[in-house]
Design a binder for this molecule. Structure first.
Ligand code: COA
Length: 155
């Protein structure tokens, strides 16, 4: 049975493993996502700090005692001159390949939406690689629209 819940501290290394798979997946779209050897260690250390704060949520999807996905979301702020001040940001979302298309990604996003609702957040944003077409379809299926195109130039 699927359960989506807040991560436990002792699970951070396992989540770091999933996060590394997520970053490797992203690297296929663009080399900008390549991480260094200490990435998992840095990720779990930073998440340990975030767990103490109330403006972020790291949730996991668990099935038969196994962690098969995670979602990291947080509350962020626009520059003060915008009417929209606080907004929610979904930073990382990943479901292990063999468990995809079973509603787990959607359940993780619903958990994030619930977290934002409880914090009276009215707008949720995220970034997705332009070439990640299937994931763009996923976000569109959940009612997300395109806002910006993030461009880059490498020298
Ligand atoms: C994106 C991701 C989290 C979706 O997780 P998932 O558990 O497979 O998604 P769900 O089963 O909840 O999908 C919900 C709906 O989204 C759409 N969708 C999901 N995957 C899709 C795909 N590959 N192609 C087309 N539509 C898709 C469908 O409408 C789906 O509903 P349906 O299966 O009833 O047709 C997962 O594919 C993943 O981890 N991808 C790699 C990492 C990634 O891209 N993360 C997001 C970065 S922004």
């Amino acid at each position: 049975m699927l359960k989506v819940r807040k991560v436990r501290e002792d699970e951070l290394l396992k989540v770091a493993g999933l996060w590394k798979e997520f970053m490797k997946y992203n690297t296929d779209f663009n080399a900008s996502f390549a991480v260094n050897k200490k990435a998992s260690e840095i990720f779990s250390r930073e998440m340990l700090e975030k767990l103490k704060e109330s403006d972020s949520r790291l949730s996991v999807a668990e099935s038969e005692g196994e962690l098969i996905g995670f979602c990291y979301s947080y509350i962020s702020q626009k520059p003060k001159y915008f009417k929209l001040h606080k907004f929610g940001f979904i930073g990382d979302l990943y479901v292990t390949p063999e468990y995809r298309r079973n509603g787990i990604g959607k359940a993780l996003v619903e958990d994030a939406i619930d977290f934002f609702k409880k914090n009276k957040i009215k707008q949720i944003e995220l970034l997705v690689a332009r070439r990640n077409e299937n994931t763009i379809k996923f976000w569109e299926s959940l009612g997300f629209s395109h806002l910006l195109t993030w461009m880059y130039k490498r020298s």
